[in-house]
Design a binder for this molecule. Sequence first.
Ligand SMILES: O=C(O)[C@H](O)[C@@H](O)[C@H](O)[C@H](O)COP(=O)(O)O
Length: 241
Amino acid sequence: MSERELFIAGDADDLAREAAVRFLDAAQKSIAERGRCAVALSGGSTPKRLYRLLAQPPYLYAVEWSKVFMFFADERFVPHDDPDSTMLLARETLFDHVPLPPANLFPMPTVGLAPEQAAAEYAATLAEFFAAPLPRFDLILLGMGPDGHTASLFPGFPDYPGSVAAVHGSPKPPPTRLTLTLDAINQAERILFLVTGADKAETLRAVFADPAPTADSLPAARIKAAGTAWLVDPEAGSALI
Ligand SMILES: O=C(O)[C@H](O)[C@@H](O)[C@H](O)[C@H](O)COP(=O)(O)O
């Protein structure tokens, strides 16, 4: 397990600024190397500040949005106009405010098909885009719940095969979700965890105290892509200082 990189921000705004700088760096490097930057976004409350910041100068003008391709690390299995939808959250805070070509946006399908079919369809979309069975995202943005979940990979749930899974009975509502699998996430070039809130301090301590994660480890502890950085606010990082 490579050392986990930890950045303890001054506050939530400082965290969002650091994440935006790293987003820009990842985009510029992957566009220079591969001509494109494939990003997978997470939902929840923490990343909203980052998404809003990316839609403002200087990031708005510094990112080559025509070469950015937006995917999702997970999605709630609700219509894209449902208040719980991560696609709605990302559209309102980011996509509607940046010149991202519509063809560069790959929402997870959530209506008109069963969750398992939707997972298979998104897996096929990823396989076509990456020309490989598992996606190699240039950047994945992840959060972490107080229980140590990340994306929609929850403690006590099975390890899923393939690249995308349907999750039923999520302890975090809504109950049905789609998620990238652990194997898919761990292929990423870079992963940025954005974690805020005192209710995650003990879990974060447990993650950083787990140098050799096993199948019994917390899902967030099992994210081991080489370029993984944890950006946390002082409250979430209070047990690590
Ligand atoms: O769909 C979701 O809810 C997210 O993908 C989820 O994994 C989130 O990242 C964590 O629950 C942290 O959420 P907060 O950042 O809101 O604490």
